[in-house]
Structure formats: structure tokens, C-alpha cells
Design a protein. Structure first.
Length: 324
């Protein structure tokens, strides 16, 4: 990781409790007013949360088990770069010399794409220890990584030109509050990209919502073993079932293994499907948001939605600009 936390930043760390800009002394970020430590630097990463705060521990596990499946640079079977560019519409906006905050970076696969834009600074955080995997692979002097909570983001309000939050909100205990929290970090005239699973009948019909009552309670090592043992057979079964009209609806609703539609190395596709299945079954929280709520929150925070994707059976996501 290239972390420039010891050099002046346009968006410095603050104490979320009182807004004081922090100072670095040794391996601790201190509040100069109270002289109290707010974060400790471990492995080069400022840690604003403790292990007791980590409700996303499963993500830390999964991103350190499947290191390459969502990294296009390391052979992902998904065109991650194209997917994010189409979703965010960032190419329609001026990103040169701008700052961006990534809320919930996971293992850094989306960060990898964000670093391809000409941002001046990229600040990325995650609640889980997935930040360690991200730091292992991401080398860029513009990047600052921290382990932080989306509810107590250690940056001042209205301090970023862009804020990005992809596939995160539904995995928080309070998605509406999490969405409001990230909205507050966007400057007037700045750009927000937000994404959420959607509370619709079609989306909630998916198999994950039938089995999560059990799988989120059992040891994640059991779910990991399940996808490793049964994944190849379920991959081939899904390839057959999804071709049959009517049966494909039942497969979507009841076969507990994710299907990625595409061509390429079947072994890599199976690993990708194992990852996404584990990701679907193990989070402590999976709380989709209705389209109405999603739009209402963003607009009530002072944004004009410029691009939105909201078809039946899909997640909802949008790019919005904060009113000046």
C-alpha cells in the first residue's frame, strides 16, 4: 500500500466525536484538544475501530480467502472496470485533481478501478480486516486506507468532491443512517455514487433470503466448506437448470449457489461463484432498501439525481450531484 497519511492531505483525518483535526504521533492519531488517541496505526493502516465493532468480519475472511476473483488485473472473469464505469458515469464528470472517498472498500477491487481515474486523492475505508488484503495489492501514492465505520467516518462533512459506496449499504445494521452518513461527506456541487440491494418481490425471491436465517448463524467455516465441496456440482447443475423456462425461476429461488453468466475458464467462474455465494450467505446484515426510500434519502440530503438504475429484480444505484 502507498499511504500518504504522514503528508498534508486535502481531506485530513478528524475525530468523529468533535470534528478536531488529528495529529500523528508515533503510531497513534491523537486529538490535539484532548490528547486522546483516536486511532492506532497497525500494519501501516490507521485503525479507528476495534475488533468488537466489526459486524463485517465475514468480509474480512472472504477477501483474504479469494484474493483475485474480483480483481481484473489479477484475472477476474468479470469486467469490473467496465461495470463500474457504466454504473458510476464518472467519465461524464471532471475527476482530474479531485478527491474521492470510498465507503466500504472491501478487498480493494473497486479501489483498483477508482485509481485509474485522475483523482488527486483517493481515501478508502472498510470496517473489516479486508483492508489488509487491499493494502497488499494497491500501490499508489494518492491512496490513503483506514479501517473505519461508515457511521463514524473520520473525515469532515462536505470535504470530498466525490463519494462512492458500492454494494455496502445493505450490509450495515441501519442502511438509511449509513446512506445519510456518506451523503454528508460530499461537498456542495460534489458527486455521489450510491448502490443498494433493493427490497422488491423479485429481488427477495432469490435463494439467499430463504437460507440466511441459518447460514448467518453457523460458523462461516462451515459455509466455506459447503461452497468448496458442493460448488462445482452446483455450478454444472445451474448451467442446465437456468436454460429451462420455468425451472430457471425455481433455480433462482431455491438452489443455494450463485450463477455467473459468461464464457471463459470454467474453473475461474466456479471460484467466482463460490465467492459470491459465500458473500450472500454469511453477512450478519442483509437489509435491502426500497427504491422509494433510497431516492427519498438522497434527495432529502440535498442532491439532484442525474443517473439512476432501477429495473425490476436488480439492485438500485444512482449518481447524484449535491446542490450548491
Amino acid at each position: 500500500m502507498s499511504s500518504n497519511i504522514a503528508t498534508p492531505l486535502s481531506c485530513p483525518f478528524i475525530d468523529p466525536s468533535d470534528g478536531q483535526q488529528l495529529i500523528l504521533e508515533g503510531n497513534r492519531w491523537l486529538n490535539p484538544g484532548s490528547s486522546q488517541p483516536v486511532a492506532t496505526v497497525v500494519g501501516g493502516i490507521p485503525r479507528f475501530v476495534s475488533t468488537q465493532d466489526d459486524y463485517a468480519e465475514n468480509f474480512g475472511f472472504q477477501w483474504n480467502q479469494w484474493e483475485n476473483e474480483l480483481s481484473e488485473k489479477r484475472g477476474s472473469q468479470l469486467p469490473i472496470n467496465d461495470i463500474l464505469r457504466k454504473r458510476t458515469k464518472f467519465e461524464l464528470y471532471d475527476t482530474a485533481d479531485k478527491t474521492i472517498l470510498e465507503c466500504g472498500m472491501g478487498g480493494g477491487d473497486d479501489t483498483e478501478v477508482l485509481l485509474q481515474f485522475p483523482f488527486k486523492e483517493v481515501h478508502s475505508f472498510d470496517l473489516s480486516r479486508a483492508v489488509d488484503r487491499a493494502a497488499k495489492y494497491l500501490q499508489d501514492p494518492r491512496l490513503t486506507i483506514s479501517q473505519s465505520s461508515i457511521f463514524t467516518i473520520p473525515y469532515a462533512d462536505e470535504s470530498f468532491d466525490f463519494v462512492f459506496c458500492h454494494r455496502v449499504l445493505q450490509h450495515t445494521p441501519d442502511p438509511v443512517s449509513a446512506l445519510r452518513s456518506i451523503c454528508k461527506k460530499v461537498k456542495p456541487g460534489g458527486v455521489l455514487f450510491a448502490h443498494s440491494y433493493k427490497a422488491s418481490f423479485v429481488y427477495l425471491w432469490e435463494w439467499r433470503y430463504k437460507y440466511r436465517w441459518l447460514t448467518k448463524r453457523i460458523p462461516q467455516s462451515w459455509v466455506y466448506r459447503y461452497v468448496q465441496v458442493f460448488g462445482p456440482a452446483l455450478h454444472h447443475a445451474n448451467n442446465l437448470l437456468y436454460r429451462i423456462p420455468g425451472i430457471n425461476v425455481l433455480a433462482y429461488g431455491f438452489v443455494p449457489f450463485y450463477r455467473v453468466n459468461g464464457t471463459g475458464d470454467s474453473r475461474r467462474f466456479i471460484e467466482l461463484e463460490k465467492l459470491i455465494t459465500f458473500d450472500a450467505l454469511t453477512p450478519k446484515y442483509d437489509k435491502p432498501m426500497s427504491s422509494r426510500t433510497f431516492r427519498r434519502v438522497i434527495e432529502s440530503e440535498g442532491f439532484a439525481i442525474e443517473h439512476i438504475w432501477d429495473p425490476i429484480g436488480s439492485p438500485i444505484y444512482c449518481t447524484a450531484v449535491r446542490n450548491r
